[in-house]
Design a protein. Structure first.
Lengths: 187, 187
DNA sequence: GCTTGTCAACTAAAAAGTTAGTTGTAAAAT
DNA sequence: ATTTTACAACTAACTTTTTAGTTGACAAGC
């Protein structure tokens, strides 16, 4: 039997990511994570102190990866929206984990990486508004919230609407990109 | 001790609504609901079969009430968005319960009231597009998804953005109404 | 007295977390 | 080069805590 702590940790993190994305913090089962990783349960407590701490590790890793993946471009917000949409479609776990986090950790410590990334985006937006590249009808934080909300359109859709939602991913993407274009348009 | 089955049920439903909104299905605790309602735990099982069934009851009641409260007006989508926003701000539990439901009940039975209400909205939207009242760049379902997403802008905001979010509710409302106005504008 | 509402105490099962002991590995000692 | 030693990786079984759900006794109103 080979022994490889790093490999074991990776297996656990992968399994934990799937489990938390599917069931949330309260719904996740330590035994299920261990079984699905093919690793002994005690290893979880050896490498990650507790269930809560395991979730934090998973969430931080996911968030960092997600932030790096999608580059912000204040000169092309519709393009940014499209890339963000692609990222969410390719990694639906990201959206679910973030939603669980917001629901189950209403007072979680703000992640430094996210704070920094948002500050940078707000700063760029402020600059673009000042320079006249973007209209001044919305504040920077308002642009950011609106773009994010529009990108999440198909995720926040109620299940009852499900069957009517366009099957074609390209179409769903085009709707979002076009909507953002209209939000930032000069009259 | 006074005996009033209806009163007891109401107390339990109120407590259960708060509990499920705060902690979700997996995170909710039957003992906490009973304690917060000031009612014995066994009453829950007497009036509502199980934890799952209690959640369904809470969710159906909340959904029906929420649907009735906000009237749809295809001739004034920005106004509808504003009223929906007000409803969500006044009853934040509604948004949380719906989100929990989407996460924890991915294959829940579609609620008849919601299905009917959505069908009616889609039908009206189709009519408005055909009549030229609304632009034809988006399908009915796309309008609905976009409007809902925009209304939820401040709810889907990541916590790290929290401090930057406008404190003024009227301003947050105005942003949403204006955004919807732009989405339905003719060029 | 019979039905229905209420309650405290109980049960069974599930879940998180722990422990005592085993095994592989790699470096030090021979 | 082999053996020894030390430690990290690992395991199975265990303990403790939590939680959904139950029961049987008692009380209130008809």
């Amino acid at each position: 039997m080979i022994r490889d702590a790093e490999r074991t940790k990776k297996l656990l993190l992968k399994a934990a990511t799937d489990e938390f994305a599917a069931y949330g913090i309260a719904g996740a089962r330590i035994d299920r994570i261990a079984a699905s990783a093919g690793v002994n349960k005690a290893m979880i407590y050896s490498y990650f102190e507790s269930k809560d701490n395991l979730f934090d590790t998973v969430f931080n890793a996911m968030t960092s990866a997600s932030l790096e993946q999608v580059v912000f471009d204040v000169a092309d917000l519709p393009g940014y929206a499209g890339r963000l949409f692609d990222s969410f479609e390719d990694n639906p776990d990201t959206v679910r984990l973030t939603t669980w986090y917001q629901l189950e950790r209403p007072h979680g410590t703000p992640l430094h990486a996210v704070v920094a990334s948002n500050a940078a985006k707000l700063h760029e937006l402020r600059g673009a508004i000042a320079a006249g590249t973007l209209p001044d009808r919305f504040e920077p934080v308002e642009f950011l919230a609106l773009v994010r909300a529009v990108v999440l359109s198909w995720s926040t859709t109620v299940p009852e609407l499900g069957p009517a939602v366009p099957k074609d991913r390209a179409r769903r993407r085009a709707v979002i990109v076009d909507a953002v274009r209209r939000l930032i348009a000069f009259d």
